[in-house]
Design a protein around this ligand. Structure first.
Ligand code: SAM
Ligand code: SF4
Length: 334
């Protein structure tokens, strides 16, 4: 591949530097906004890219300007030996940042090894601090395990941990203030994410979205005023705030009520090696066929570029022409 291979710039001028890599589609819980309750059709293990295949893909992506990687899934920590993948990725010149998104269920066991492998940024998903709501959403038990995972991660050295909390009308309003207090007590940022139409059961409806602005009002009325935090990365999906007394950071990811597609710099690689240019893409580009079919790095680079060239301006959730992707969140990589 030529050294001056072009960057991943789409037809709207957005430069793609951020790659989300799903390492598995499996999961140890069953959040209703992501997975079906039962009869989940997981990919056969030999369909998933190996660590070496992922690393090769990333190496090519880095030549095209990618410098940030996030490992996700499914639940990444159900795959064996993720710290080894972190080590392989860290060895690639040009990667400035590696992060991982996890549901935290297995984190207490793996936090130290991940940290030692060189992972220093963690997002932990937790939608409720009450057991009842946690179990209603995840259809599993495990709140204490997740809390233990969070505190273990802090103990081994992870700082600036972000908690991702999906917000759903009629379900999580009562979680908002406890999360505000939790952020203040434990030096964490809690990020509320609006429920998106990416569930497997077609349960999403516009009126089940709990808008970020409503959550902000609840926090300001119930705890303290929030003041905007400096926006360090213009393409970050979250708008961050701090409580006016300086204790506790809160972020809002409002893809439904305040879409941020115009600043999107993300592309995705699914666990079985398909490139996606958007969470809501209805099309995929088959990198695994190139990787396993003896294709060249140049062909892989072209595939990434084709996918980025085809990227639409936005997800269009509110448009009459919106088509919900056939694949649910756990199959895409959040
Ligand atoms: N299993 C890991 C976890 O839950 O953190 C990583 C994968 S998960 C698909 C990534 C993120 O997507 C999680 O924070 C999850 O809450 C979020 N997510 C999943 N489905 C969603 C939906 N329909 N709307 C909004 N966020 C969603
Ligand atoms: Fe699993 Fe994460 Fe999906 Fe929940 S959001 S079912 S933890 S992959």
């Amino acid at each position: 591949m030529p050294e001056n291979a072009s960057e991943l710039i789409d037809s709207f001028g957005r430069r793609h530097t951020n790659l989300r890599v799903a390492v598995t589609d499996r999961c140890n819980i069953r959040c209703f906004y992501c997975m079906p309750a039962e009869n989940v059709l997981f990919k056969a293990r030999d369909e998933l890219l190996t660590f070496e295949e992922i690393t090769r893909f990333v190496r090519v992506a880095v030549k095209l300007g990618v410098n940030k990687i996030r490992l996700t899934g499914g639940e990444p920590l159900v795959r064996q030996n993720v710290p080894e993948l972190v080590r392989q990725l860290r060895a690639i010149d040009g990667i400035e940042d590696i992060a991982l998104t996890t549901n935290g269920m297995l984190l207490a066991d793996h936090a130290q090894a991940l940290y030692d492998a060189g992972l220093h940024r963690l997002n932990i998903s937790l939608d409720a601090l009450s057991k009842e709501t946690f179990e209603r959403i995840t259809r599993r038990q495990g709140l204490d395990q997740v809390l233990e995972g969070i505190f273990t991660a802090q103990r081994v050295g992870f700082s600036n941990i972000k908690l991702n909390a999906v917000a759903m009308a009629g379900i999580t309003e009562d979680e908002v203030l406890p999360f505000g207090h939790f952020a203040r007590q434990h030096d964490l940022e809690v990020r509320f994410i609006e429920f998106m139409p990416l569930d497997a059961d077609d349960a999403w409806q516009r009126d089940r979205v709990l808008p970020g602005e409503q959550i902000r009002s609840l926090l300001e009325e119930g705890i303290a005023p929030l003041t905007p935090a400096p926006r360090l990365d213009p393409s970050q999906p979250a708008t961050d705030y701090v409580f006016a007394d300086g204790r506790g950071k809160i972020g809002f990811i409002n893809p439904v009520t305040q879409p941020f597609c115009q600043d999107c710099n993300r592309l995705r690689l699914t666990a079985e090696g398909q490139v996606r240019n958007c969470l809501f893409s209805t099309e995929e580009w088959d990198a695994r066929a190139i990787i396993r079919g003896g294709g060249t790095d140049q062909q892989l680079a072209q595939l990434m570029q084709e996918s980025i060239t085809a990227k639409k301006a936005g997800h269009g959730i509110d448009s009459d022409e919106f088509i919900k992707p056939q694949r649910a969140m756990y199959q895409i990589g959040g």
